[in-house]
Design a protein around this ligand. Structure first.
Ligand SMILES: Nc1ncnc2c1ncn2[C@@H]1O[C@H](COP(=O)(O)OP(=O)(O)O)[C@@H](O)[C@H]1O
Ligand SMILES: [Mg+2]
Length: 365
């Protein structure tokens, strides 16, 4: 897929404009705090996901304004699509080819992108929640059903947690716990299996990219850790049985704590380099390469699943890589549409960019 045009109005600090990017490499160059990341964020929102910076929708509207509009034209499967996003009263409305949609999640799958920014190093350095979020975001983009199951799982989880706290006062509600647990097990095992499946693919492809980045000197290893599994089974019935049992066994502890201690919301994506935990033992350079390999693998999985290349958003990452890794990265993403932000105008000549946009105080020059 390719973005052929993007317009924004009252979005962050960007001055209202319409931009026609190239279908290859686009560079967005400018000093700090001019609006480069805001521009990538505007494109990203068309994946249907939350801001990759964790911003709330209402924060995306320009200070002092009430609503923001974004419009994007893309080529996908040789068709042209028009996507629109309106952010009003902190809520998102989406319009696809002039048809207003009932829910904002209808945008999922209309445009796929992979984003890589310096704070993605958190994928290694951060806690398990960062890695779970990475998996969930990646799978949500590809599987609308996962998005629905994920949202329902979180809803049921909060219902069980609420009930756990109520049970401290009124013991007669204990039977209701079974009902919520059954739902939690049904939805949770779906999440576990879909994540396991995704990681199986991610593991293989990211290991290949990492090997390329490290000139075959190091090995990257990923594994999904299902915290409720008693044995390594990918059979649905077994996953459900183990999860159910884990919930039963932890009831007392959960009642005492007032929240659910077992389930996919506690699972982990293990990342190892040369057999050692990347979080504990890897150098900054190794961590950066691991994230890059994982992101490149994510790109490849989108292509395999959707049959189209995702749009690649690279926020301030090139300056952090040495020349060898820069060139490996750029060699790995040929024929894709890429948006790269940077502060150094020198980079633009080296990258053979088809279009260079200079951003100053929210204005595209
Ligand atoms: N909702 C908003 N309305 C107006 N300006 C905003 C809003 N959100 C962020 N900004 C401004 O955008 C600028 C940062 O833009 P950003 O894209 O992160 O810069 P960079 O070019 O360094 O990537 C800051 O000056 C910030 O104050
Ligand atoms: Mg930035």
């Amino acid at each position: 897929m390719r973005v052929t045009e993007i317009s924004f109005s009252s979005f962050r600090n960007l001055k209202d404009a319409t931009i026609e990017p190239s279908e290859g490499i686009n560079i967005i160059c400018g000093e700090n705090a001019q609006g480069k990341t805001n521009f990538l964020e505007a494109i990203w929102l068309f994946t249907g996901g939350r801001s990759f910076r964790g911003a709330k929708d209402k924060d995306l509207v320009r200070f002092g304004e009430h609503e923001a509009f974004l419009e994007l034209k893309e080529k996908i499967y040789d068709r042209e699509q028009r996507l629109k996003i309106e952010i009003k009263n902190g809520k998102r409305c989406v319009i696809i080819n002039k048809v207003p949609q009932q829910t904002a999640s209808a945008m999922v799958g209309q445009m796929c992108a992979v984003v890589f920014s310096p704070n993605h190093l958190d994928l290694i350095k951060g806690g398990p929640n960062v890695r779970r979020k990475f998996l969930d975001t990646a799978i949500c983009q590809l599987q609308p059903l996962y998005t629905a199951q994920f949202l329902r799982y979180n809803h049921v989880l909060s219902q069980r947690n609420m009930l756990l706290r109520q049970l401290k006062k009124s013991k007669n509600l204990i039977d209701t716990l079974d009902i919520w647990e059954d739902k939690l097990v049904d939805l949770g095992s779906e999440l576990i299996l879909r994540r396991e499946d995704y990681v199986k693919n991610l593991k293989k492809i990211s290991a290949e990219f990492y090997s390329g980045l490290s000139a075959s000197k190091e090995i990257l290893f990923l594994q999904y850790k299902n915290s409720t599994a008693k044995e390594n089974s990918l059979k649905k019935e077994q996953v459900k049985k183990d999860f159910k049992e884990a919930l039963k066994n932890s009831r007392e502890e959960d009642l005492a704590l007032g929240f659910t201690t077992k389930g996919p919301h506690r699972d982990e994506l293990e990342i190892r380099i040369n057999e050692k935990s990347a979080r504990q033992f890897s150098s900054q350079g190794q961590q950066r390469s691991a994230v890059l390999a994982i992101k490149l693998a994510e790109t490849e999985i989108v292509r395999q699943t959707v049959g189209e290349d995702p749009i690649i958003l690279l926020d301030d990452v090139l300056s952090e890589l040495d020349a060898k890794r820069q060139s490996y990265l750029l060699k790995s993403i040929p024929q894709k549409q890429v948006f790269i932000t940077c502060c150094e105008p020198e980079l633009t000549s080296r990258l053979a960019a088809e279009k260079v946009f200079e951003v100053s105080d929210g204005t595209f020059l």
